[in-house]
Design a protein around this ligand. Sequence first.
Ligand SMILES: Nc1ncnc2c1ncn2[C@@H]1O[C@H](COP(=O)(O)OP(=O)(O)OP(=O)(O)O)[C@@H](O)[C@H]1O
Length: 326
Amino acid sequence: MSDALLDLRDVRKVYGDPDTGLVALNDLSLTIRKDEPEIVTIAGESGSGKSTLANLVLGFTRPTSGQIMFDGTDVGNASAKQMKAYHRQVQAVFQDPFGSYNPFYRVGHVFDMVIRNFKLSSNKTEARQMMEEALNAVGLTGDDVLRKYPHQLSGGQRQRIMMARAYMVKPRLIVADEPVSMVDASLRASILDVMMRLRDEGGISFLYVTHDLSTAYQVGDRILLFYQGTLVEHGKATDVISNPQHPYVQLLIDSVPKPDPTQRWQGEIILPAEEELRTAHSTGCRFVPRCPHAQPACSAALPPAYEVGPRGHRAACILHAPPPQA
Ligand SMILES: Nc1ncnc2c1ncn2[C@@H]1O[C@H](COP(=O)(O)OP(=O)(O)OP(=O)(O)O)[C@@H](O)[C@H]1O
């Protein structure tokens, strides 16, 4: 039996022709273990492939090549029946909770639909208890919100309700795509707290997609930084952000004050939009056109992820290649 909850093996997604189309995700391998619930932050500029990765893991789109395994099931080749079972275990929370609510439905109805869809209960009292428990886990109560319509809720409440809705299904993984982008800094912190609580008390792992590195730093678990669909650096968020090793990540992080690991960080690093269009069949490091250290070898082949620090800190840059053996 594998220890992996989620196991991505060389997952590649090309939009359009597989040989000449746009490589949105380039041969990504990533494992989240069953016995170590964690919040894995997926970060990168706009267009770097974050949502593509989220959609692949949710089974909304299939990989061009490679495999996505979830607790032994091949998600890329799952049947409709297997996908329904899969979505009990892997829930999604999206960027704009407004978009996912019908404005004429009360919150209670949204929860009812989930209970019916996943056949969580056929007993009204038990169903109400489930809603209450899920809402309590995100710091809300049924009396506060269940009879309300979406427009009667704050952005932070809506976002927490989406978390509660996902949590009620008791998934093992939540894919949260920009869940804090619509809310201000203090609410953002409270939603991060909810995620950390669900990780610690509920044993739920998260794929947390964001372009705000400060929130990844607050969470502290692993971070993966993407540039044009390629993973350029990964490790513990605190290690990567306080000691970035890839020139792209250094450029991003050097422009902001260093966070103090002893303090809860209030800073904000919002990644800019991607400026250049990637070339569909480029071979080398995607960052070459913007890299202050670029050398001819960088364009020859995509560099592997070299070890650059403790606790799995790796960067895909030839500056970190070990010296050739004599
Ligand atoms: N269905 C699609 N068809 C063709 N190209 C697509 C499709 N979806 C995404 N892309 C392209 O793939 C690349 C990666 O997009 P993706 O949405 O995954 O990036 P992202 O990092 O999530 O960006 P953002 O932060 O803006 O949401 C982009 O260049 C995008 O234009």
